[in-house]
Design a protein around this ligand. Sequence first.
Ligand code: M1P
Length: 268
Amino acid sequence: MSAPTYTPLEERPLKDTICLFDVDGTLTPARLDASPEILELLQALRKKCSIGFVGGSDLIKQEEQLGKPAGVPVTTLFDFCFAENGLTAYKLGQPLPSNSFIRWIGEAQYKELANFCLHYIADLDIPVKRGTFIEFRNGMINVSPVGRNASTQERNDFEAFDKDAKVRQKFVAALKERFGHLGLTFSIGGQISFDVFPTGWDKTYCLQHLENEAKKPNGITYKNIHFFGDKTFEGGNDFEIFTDSRTIGHSVKGPEDTMRILKELFDI
Ligand code: M1P
């Protein structure tokens, strides 16, 4: 595919409508590439309204799953690209204001938080400890009592151990007690760790970029924000934006289902 040409946003038939898509499990099979069919359908949809994606991973991952299979930069395929839930954002290929965890929390408070975690881990009596107990990411930190260098076997062992020992649950309770005033969310999602990020930095974060559009000269007020996601159940990472009063939520079973709903809704 060569870089798609597009009609200016304000000249599209449904100019106050945008379709926002989760990536994994919605536009692509989990962790795999987008199919030519869905990429083509998205460009047909783009003739009618604005389109965007909102993914939890960084832009490199979305480039691999969406841009690479299309053979063009991912920022040319969508009007709005929201990586890391919108902390990194592009409109028509141009960057929008970005944000980061460290900018939000500040060095002094971050140091307190990191020191607390490292002391807490040092005092933990667990079967195995490896390395990288705090992973510093752009939009969050990831804290692991066993350490992110754990092998697959060590991961599985820790997960099994933690089911009974509740190491992570107790760790999170201690953090909430000590840092409750900071407005942080602690999320135990995987096998060996938990994520720490500012409350509200879920997928709803990207909606502020759309709201900002309305404030620009001749900017568009998006009255209909359709969101498509597969993890829309409580605890899933699409839940907040799916249930947000600003969006019209669609729960999908996979890319084929997304395509089916789009064809029905937009006659494409
Ligand atoms: O996607 C769920 C979690 O997956 C990983 O967790 P773990 O290493 O504990 O299995 C991490 O990438 C974590 O950030 C993420 O929430």
